[in-house]
Design a protein around this ligand. Sequence first.
Ligand SMILES: Nc1ncnc2c1ncn2[C@@H]1O[C@H](COP(=O)(O)OP(=O)(O)OP(=O)(O)O)[C@@H](O)[C@H]1O
Ligand SMILES: [Mg+2]
Length: 269
Amino acid sequence: MTAQPIASPAIHVQGLRKSYGKHEVLRSVDFDVVPGSIFALLGSNGAGKTTTVRILATLLKADAGAASVNGFDVATQPANVRESISLTGQFAAVDEILSGRENLALVARLRHVEDPDAIADDLLRRFSLNEAGARRVSTYSGGMRRRLDIAMSLIGSAPVIYLDEPTAGLDPEARIEVWDAVKELTRYGTTVLLTTQYLDEAEQLADRIAILHQGRIIVNGTLAELKQLFPPAKVEYVEKQPSLEEIFLAVIGGGDKCDADGTTTGGRG
Ligand SMILES: Nc1ncnc2c1ncn2[C@@H]1O[C@H](COP(=O)(O)OP(=O)(O)OP(=O)(O)O)[C@@H](O)[C@H]1O
Ligand SMILES: [Mg+2]
């Protein structure tokens, strides 16, 4: 297993720049992602997260700088980069009319993997979509769609997966289900580049967090390192109130996977 040289970064980004007309979005972005880790790119609306992901997915050309993925240069070896990645975009890309199982099997066929139906069944099980597998995706809740989307990104075993705001627009319960799905990815050694504007999402999932702000990475470190940057100014004793999220989850009864059998999803449609 360890007969390889010391792991070079799964993603290497250096001096990346990108403007749209006069609007400078990326002004010199640098970061590295260790293989098998989850790296969160954190930034507010319009910070340039999707722009960065699109460059790393070879869908967009940078104006300057260098980037490589799985050892391949995005500018000069785009085909190798595309073979190394799987992209789950900001908006779920599942087919509404097909069932979850059919969506998975279709993608498996398109990616020429052996035994698409077995792959589909395995992924439905791993992402807790077993019961709903035969239903049309149009009947799924937002969280189920996102889980299906992430399951699809695993087909073909790309070593690097990009998840662009995987929980945007989901309720707290569905977000936690998606977080579990994302954690599942790294159990298989997959490298995950995740973009998010939710601080708690980065806190929950990421081995490393980078903050993209005004075109640059202004902070990059583990959560512990980031906390070190801002040590508490003074120690205060306060009664800790539960957050609204904690109250919400306690009231609705946390562990219930109520959408698995379809009984609670009708109200959303
Ligand atoms: N094709 C384009 N043409 C012109 N401007 C663009 C284009 N794509 C993105 N932009 C602008 O570039 C900036 C960065 O956009 P980007 O989509 O990368 O941000 P983001 O961090 O993904 O934001 P969000 O959190 O809203 O998804 C925004 O101001 C956006 O309006
Ligand atoms: Mg975006």
